[in-house]
Design a binder for this molecule. Sequence first.
Ligand code: ATP
Ligand code: MG
Length: 374
Amino acid sequence: MVFRDPFVLTDTFIPKRIQHREEQIADITYHLSSLIRYGLLTNNILIYGPPGTGKTHSVKRVLSNLTEDINALYGRAYRASSCHAFFRSFLEKSLNVTLHPREGISVYYSAFEKEISAKKSVLVVFDDIQYLLSEDPKGLDGLLFYLSRLDKNLGLILIGNIRVNDLSLALDPPTTSSLRLRSVYFPKYNAKELKDILTDRAQEALTDNAFIQSTAAIGKIAALTAQGWGSARYALDLLKESGTVSEAILGKGYILEEAVDRAEKMLEVSKIEEEIRNLPQQPMAVLEAVYRLRRKKELSTGDVYSEYERVGHERGFEAYSLRRVSDIITELDSAGLISCRVVSRGRFGRTRLISWPSNPSLEKVYSREREEGP
Ligand SMILES: Nc1ncnc2c1ncn2[C@@H]1O[C@H](COP(=O)(O)OP(=O)(O)OP(=O)(O)O)[C@@H](O)[C@H]1O
Ligand SMILES: [Mg+2]
């Protein structure tokens, strides 16, 4: 048998220790120290970095060590389509306040103030803010401005799979200045760090025998993941999939190195699926535009933009500016969902050529998603 307890390899499992994040956890605690020690808040915190780098788990670790005087309220903006909807569900889940979706945001604000009025110190954590940033930047600006100006001992922790400038570019200067954000960066993990994290988890998840014999495979998983996204979540998924392949297909009681390659191929499809399903409306429309033009090899940003406007029209939403669509193109490129190539056009300068990637799994998954619809 390979597994003793495969649940240990899932996202919901809370690991005993968070290795290689001591520095980030200490920084977060330090930035919060005035709230923690004196009940007096001076700064808010932005936690940012690529997916699967331990942002959520590290913050939850810090929260679990807070004293009882501090009320921590946690909300996840995962797939939220607007700030209004997000704040409503935040009130419901973290404070048990149910309000009508048609009430204005000011009604939500009053309800929030009433709920926290008796609390001494409040720490509000908004996780996965990249959804609000891309779907409703104005709403996010309004919400953060409001919270940062509340006459109350309230701290904010914003967590997002974003780059450091993304947030300040989207916010108005008064919001940025009253937020006084301190930032803590979570970089991708290297092979050595991933190996330590995997070893810890494998020891609990695998049977003793499988654990002893799977060392080489674990090293390989760590190395492969480090070359890519450096995400602990991906490494754990790959470990789980490799174990399943070894047992179910190759009939072994431990994880073979060759099973890792097969597991990687299987995960590629589910990774693309997840990425596409998680795309907000606007990037999804840009992806659709590139897909429709996939027979043409060399698309300019302008070509994609015109098609994107048509998609927006069909789907009934207002188009973003060319500038923002250009940023979305960059993001889709780094997610591997489209391909971009910068070419020099002599005295006309450099232009970016966009195309649909030649990846059969992507085409298969995307056309299936289109048929199934949202
Ligand atoms: N340093 C670590 N030690 C042990 N497990 C870790 C560590 N970092 C991440 N993990 C594990 O990896 C998975 C992803 O971690 P987490 O959810 O904290 O990432 P994240 O940075 O919040 O990702 P996202 O941006 O996608 O929300 C979880 O299963 C978590 O247990
Ligand atoms: Mg997270």
